[in-house]
Write a protein that binds this ligand. Structure first.
Ligand code: HEC
Length: 105
């Protein structure tokens, strides 16, 4: 019975699991396109860092984070560093990393 449940979980949510781990990967290590690891400035738990003016991201709605990244990529708001990082993320990656920070509390 446990194996059946496990199998159902594995088969049922592959896309979900992939998006989750992609977001975590970007937060911890950045991406191959030059995006810096978010955790370096926004903290391992997404708590932010007042010393460098990086806001907390943990628990923010996914849509808010994703749309800010979208705006930064279009040179609207944020600083030069955040704009460069946002541009280095694909739309899918922005959503994945936004989802990751939304789930941190
Ligand atoms: C080099 C440090 C640094 C890194 C790395 C970094 N950020 Fe930022 N981020 C900042 C700073 C500083 C701000 C504040 C910018 C401003 O308001 O002018 C900011 C702002 C933001 C905001 C806006 C938050 C708000 O409430 O206004 C979001 C969303 C964000 N960053 C997401 C990310 C993500 C996702 C990553 C990783 C892909 C990332 N950041 C990597 C420094 C960084």
């Amino acid at each position: 019975m446990r194996r059946v449940i496990l199998l159902a979980l594995l088969l049922g949510f592959p896309g979900f699991a992939a998006a989750q781990s992609k977001g975590a990967e970007i937060a911890e290590h950045g991406n191959d396109n030059g995006a810096l690891p978010c955790a370096a400035c926004h903290g391992e738990a997404g708590q932010g860092n007042t010393a460098i003016g990086a806001p907390a991201l943990a628990g923010l709605p996914q849509a808010v984070i994703a749309s800010k990244l979208q705006a930064f990529a279009a040179s609207q708001g944020g600083n030069a560093m955040m704009q460069r990082i946002a541009r280095a993320l694909s739309p899918d990656e922005r959503i994945a990393v936004a989802d990751y920070f939304n789930r941190l509390k």
